[in-house]
Design a protein around this ligand. Structure first.
Ligand code: NKO
Length: 192
């Protein structure tokens, strides 16, 4: 029963599309018609509004952390289910016809709450790659690929599996970005 509670509650928390809600509330139009069409912080930054982009990153991250921490209390020992479900909710929100975001900020929130050393390491990797490659997607994918190894070594098999499942979902959602990165057409951070 704890497993089912973690899946359902984790999914519902993860499915709140903050990028869409905030850009709409700020009168910036439909974020899905701008840039990459994604509802994440990177694409919100393409509207030129840094504050709303930062708020999107913070809230999309917070929902991942809240899902893990709330469920540790509601349904103990379910980090694998609650973390994966929160990312699934962000990726496939029922409210948006199952077309959601790419899961980077929400995965980060899950990692910071469930295995903080991995979360902090992912932030450092993201910042270094972003500085060098100037592409958000390249930084996200590198951090995301490193996470399962770090999780396995620092927190054990269950957490390694959590990062592997989440990482596979994030990579899958970045299919278009990977194609653009390989073709050299991926826009720089902040560029339309
Ligand atoms: O619009 O397709 P796009 O170019 O926007 O977006 C690609 C991007 C989508 O993800 C986001 C989320 C915001 C990313 C900024 C995060 C900065 C802080 C450090 C993050 C650490 C990453 C952890 C990865 C765990 C999977 O990729």
């Amino acid at each position: 029963i704890g497993f089912a509670v973690a899946l359902v509650v984790g999914y519902l928390i993860g499915s709140v599309p903050f990028g869409l809600i905030l850009t709409r509330a700020a009168g910036l139009g439909d974020i899905r018609a701008i840039g990459s069409g994604n509802i994440g912080a990177t694409n919100v930054l393409r509207t030129g509004n840094k504050g709303i982009a930062a708020a999107t990153l913070l809230l999309d991250g917070a929902k991942g952390a809240v899902a893990v921490l709330l469920l540790r209390w509601l349904a103990p020992d379910q980090d694998l289910a609650s973390g994966t479900a929160a990312v699934l909710g962000h990726l496939f929100p029922v409210w948006l016809g199952f077309r959601g975001g790419k899961g980077v900020a929400t995965a980060l929130g899950v990692y910071l709450a469930a295995m903080w050393m991995v979360g902090v390491a992912c932030c450092a990797i993201w910042l270094v790659v972003a500085k060098v490659a100037k592409r958000s997607s390249a930084a996200s994918l590198t951090a995301c690929a490193a996470a399962p190894v770090l999780a396995l070594l620092l927190y054990g098999a269950e957490y390694g599996l959590l990062a592997l499942l989440v990482g596979a979902l994030v990579f899958w959602k970045h299919e278009g970005n990977i194609r653009r990165l390989l073709a050299g057409t991926e826009p720089r951070i902040g560029e339309k």
